[in-house]
Ligand binder design. Structure first.
Ligand SMILES: O=C(CO)COP(=O)(O)O
Length: 246
């Protein structure tokens, strides 16, 4: 896979008709950015199979937003890595801050989920990021380091795992870190990965990425792509973000 990874996290948005139309519009526009970006759509699990069917035969891939840390069993309401794979996913977002906050996901659980993803040939996108309070007290790098080291399983780099840096205070707020702040954190993550022989792992930035700031963010050294929430629900905006890849 060459070029920047542009991943759309639809979160809890998308019924069949809108999901199908959005997937189709992204698929139809993907050709114009194929030379510099790889597109991935992560819809809710209920529409994953129909999104994957729309994307079939195109360069755009589908992904899940979470998977369980066990392979199968008595876990009412949960979705396994094998189910995501079966529905057409090739990626899965793990440890998103909304899940860490709403579902008490610890680093150890995120690592166990990532292990499942690897077992079922899904590329895990493991999210890390500090809160505003943590940044304000100068703990951002330490927090991200702890999350990173606790959340990545053995074999992560070999299975083409991906890390996403998403400062919690930038998600859905319209507020983004400066270029220097993004660069410093990505450099920090790059060094931590390199020390563990994971230098090739792509590092995405996420948090209020829009067409207006995408070019600036994607040009920051060590930014290998973006994880897009709100703007991924509008095909034109998502494709404009992809077109901003250098
Ligand atoms: O959480 C995000 C992607 O996973 C970012 O969301 P927004 O792009 O809506 O800020």
């Amino acid at each position: 896979m060459a070029g920047a990874l542009i991943v759309g996290n639809w979160k809890m948005n998308g019924l069949s008709e809108t999901a199908r139309a959005l997937a189709r519009a992204v698929r139809d526009g993907a050709g114009t950015v194929a030379d510099r970006a790889c597109l991935v759509l992560c819809p809710p699990a209920t529409v994953l199979a129909l999104v994957a069917a729309e994307l079939n035969g195109s360069s755009v891939r589908a992904g899940g937003q979470d998977c369980h840390h066990k392979a199968e069993g008595p876990h009412t309401g949960d979705i396994s890595a094998a189910m995501l794979k079966d529905a057409g996913a090739s990626f899965v977002i793990l440890g998103h801050s909304e899940r860490r906050a709403d579902h008490g996901e610890t680093d150890a659980i995120v690592a166990a989920k990532a292990r499942m993803a690897l077992r079922f040939q899904l590329r895990p996108i493991v999210c890390v990021g500090e809160t505003l309070a943590e940044r304000d007290r100068g703990a951002a790098e330490a927090v991200v380091e702890t999350q990173l080291l606790g959340s990545l399983p053995e074999g992560f780099a070999e299975a083409q795992g991906i890390v996403a840096y998403e400062p919690v205070w930038a998600i859905g707020t319209g507020r983004t870190p400066t270029r220097d702040e993004i660069g410093a954190m990505h450099r920090h993550i790059r060094r931590l990965l390199a020390e563990r022989e994971m230098a090739a792992v792509p590092i995405l930035y996420g948090g209020s990425v829009k067409p207006a700031n995408a070019a600036e963010i994607l040009a920051v050294p060590d930014v290998g792509g973006v994880l897009v929430g709100g703007a991924s629900l509008i095909a034109r905006d998502f494709l404009a973000i992809a077109a901003a890849a250098p």
